[in-house]
Design a protein around this ligand. Sequence first.
Ligand code: PTJ
Length: 243
Amino acid sequence: MIPKSHPRYQSLMIRELIKEGVEKGIVHITGLIAHGRGEAFDYLIGEKTQPFAIKAIETAIAYFKIAKNPIISVNGNTAILAGKEIVKFANKTGAKIEVNLFHRSVERIKKIIRLLESYGGKNILGLEGDARIEGLEHDRAICSYEGIYSADVILVPLEDGDRCQALKNMGKKVITIDLNPLSRTSITADVTIVDNVMRAIPKMLEMYEKVKEPEKVIKNWDNRKNLQEALDFICNRLKNMFK
Ligand code: PTJ
């Protein structure tokens, strides 16, 4: 057992959560590696939602407010770390939820759907597999026609760069949550929230009503500029660490 007095208690408890997710068959084994990379970047941003992330969250909300058919794509790591809050956010905004996996297996989709249903999620998509994300080979292209295929705005936390680009090629607005500001997904998405999915989704819930002029917020948005702010923040933090 990890004592509460451990200086890294919270971070270690999150590791436990991910580990249990693997044991329950919800998180893919490679999700452990993805989590480790995320942890390293979280360290660099100070394990807090920084101002650049707040601006990105504001823009993400703006896109949800103007969307006609928004959807949230959920994978194993996201389900374990932020499933409950995602269900709350979907209920608040009327967005659909689709379980869409990089390492697709029907068994894991079913388990993730059951988990989200236990949090109050309704009509969770993902099992249909009746459409494909255009221009992508491999099983990760399989999606739901009613869900991802038809959506105009899609939130895809912890996404892979290829699929992000393919979704954009289909004309969708892609919002991602990725702790790594250098990832291909981060660079490709329309809005990148450089933050931990565990903090970002609750913040989206908290800030939702505060975003009043979505068109204006979107017009003023520059994703690459925001990514540069994240990188500058990390560089300055490192440069001044022991000064
Ligand atoms: O459940 P599946 O089959 O869909 O698989 C999901 C994973 C995450 C295993 C798969 O998509 C994958 O391998 O992802 P990558 O390519 O490793 O990318 C994960 C990205 O998410 C990396 O850039 C990490 O820095 C970032 N990341 C990891 N944990 C978090 C995170 N970003 C935000 N919050 C986190 N908690």
